[in-house]
Design a binder for this molecule. Structure first.
Ligand SMILES: C=CC1=C(C)c2cc3[nH]c(cc4nc(cc5[nH]c(cc1n2)c(C)c5CCC(=O)O)C(CCC(=O)O)=C4C)c(C)c3C=C
Ligand SMILES: [Fe+2]
Ligand SMILES: [Fe+2]
Length: 360
């Protein structure tokens, strides 16, 4: 009987908050052509002469402000989630965490599952919305690793869960006490940004995304796989569950890198604008992240807060991420079971079950 394995894949983080380890992590991350999609020679120059020398010490300093006793927040929370999901799926799935960049590496995690006899893999990229630079790259690398040996295993990927009711309910459960506790007068949904070029390149019609003001206002056949449209879909789902009035919430995009245009509006532009509009108590949710990390704790809860207060705001609170909240653990288990049910109920799976055993 096939043994089933579940790979939870997140982005990755440095091994230590020091310039050397951060430089190694950034080199692997930003050498990925799905992240920095320019000519390889240009990427090499940009990386070695601009990004790595200047960004590594700066980012190392930022990491030091959020580092936990047990390590980087992204890793600590992802490990806790993996342990909780592993317990819930014990006897059904062998569960491992892998990082697209850094450790635990994808090859090591796959090797550990194979050593336990796993021949049937489910991959769950831990990003609610799909982007070529996050889930796209994670899946591509997972397929590459899994297809290395001659006996290529069965692989199933859990689709993006940006509008899944269980994901939205779990984030709502985490957010509600924070929003009411601080009596927030506005909720900002701040998503990780991507270059606009990536949005255009992943538009199969070549003419929908970013072509008009309201192109992400609803998910349609034309933009179903558009990262920005999926972010807006998540924000609408959360705002409606939280009972927010239309003027009581907005969307922005953070963490941009480089000089090319990224998806707008930018979080560091929106924060002072909200303060100028009279918003005093701001709750910020970062629903592109399922674990707290540098981008939520340092960029939003520390730097974003300073910026908002300096612009006239009175309070800014980051809604914690899902981390290993029980409702999120339930959601992950549900996503895995639903993906298995969808696969095993397909006509192809039924035919495979009924086919006579292989000879030879
Ligand atoms: C949520 C999904 C993510 C997308 C999409 C994404 C795209 C993307 N990111 C960069 C550059 C950087 N991102 C960095 C950190 C980082 N990014 C994500 C997630 C997505 N990135 C996470 C979860 C993290 C946090 C990692 C952690 O250790 O806590 C960084 C490193 C930190 C820094 O120096 O600021 C960079 C750089 C690009 C260029 C990009 C799309 C093209
Ligand atoms: Fe990023
Ligand atoms: Fe789009």
């Amino acid at each position: 009987m096939a043994r089933k394995g579940l790979l939870l894949v997140n982005l990755g983080t440095p091994d230590a908050p020091e310039t050397g380890p951060v430089r190694r992590y950034l080199r692997e991350f930003l050498s990925d052509p799905r992240v920095v999609d320019i000519h390889p020679v240009g990427r090499w120059f940009l990386l070695n002469f601009i990004i790595l020398p200047f960004r590594s010490p700066k980012s190392a300093h930022a990491y030091r402000t959020v580092w936990m006793e047990q390590g980087s927040p992204l890793l600590v929370h992802s490990k806790a989630l993996t342990a909780a999901v592993g317990e819930r799926l014990s006897g059904e799935y062998e569960v491992e965490l892998a990082m697209r960049y850094g450790n635990p590496s994808l090859p090591d995690a796959v090797a550990r599952l194979r050593a336990r006899g796993v021949t049937d893999f489910t991959v769950l990229p831990l990003y609610p919305q799909e982007a070529p630079s996050s889930s796209g790259s994670s899946l591509a690398r997972t397929y590459e690793v899994l297809s290395g040996p001659w006996d290529v295993p069965n692989v199933r990927a859990v689709p993006a869960f940006h509008s899944h009711p269980a994901f939205l309910d779990a984030f709502t459960e985490v957010a509600r006490p924070v929003i009411s506790g601080m009596r927030a007068d506005h909720v900002l949904f701040s998503f990780h940004g991507v270059p606009e070029r990536h949005i255009r390149k992943s538009d199969p019609t070549g003419k929908h995304c970013l072509a008009s003001q309201g192109c992400c206002d609803a998910l349609t056949d034309a933009n179903r796989h558009c990262y920005r449209a999926q972010c807006f879909a998540t924000a609408r789902g959360l705002a409606s569950r939280l009972g927010l009035e239309p003027e009581g919430w907005s969307v922005s995009f953070q963490s941009r890198l480089g000089r090319t245009p990224w998806v707008k509006p930018y979080t560091d532009v929106v924060l002072p604008e909200l303060a100028a509009r009279g918003v005093k108590r701001l709750a910020v949710m970062c629903p592109a992240f399922v674990a707290d990390c540098l981008e939520t704790v340092e960029e939003v809860a520390i730097r974003g807060r300073d910026q908002f207060l300096a612009s006239g705001g009175e309070d800014l609170k980051l809604v914690p991420s899902l981390n290993s909240h029980p409702a999120w653990v339930d959601t992950v288990v549900r996503l895995v079971r639903e993906s298995e049910a969808a696969a095993t109920s397909s006509p192809a799976a039924a035919a495979a079950r009924e086919a006579p055993g292989r000879v030879g």
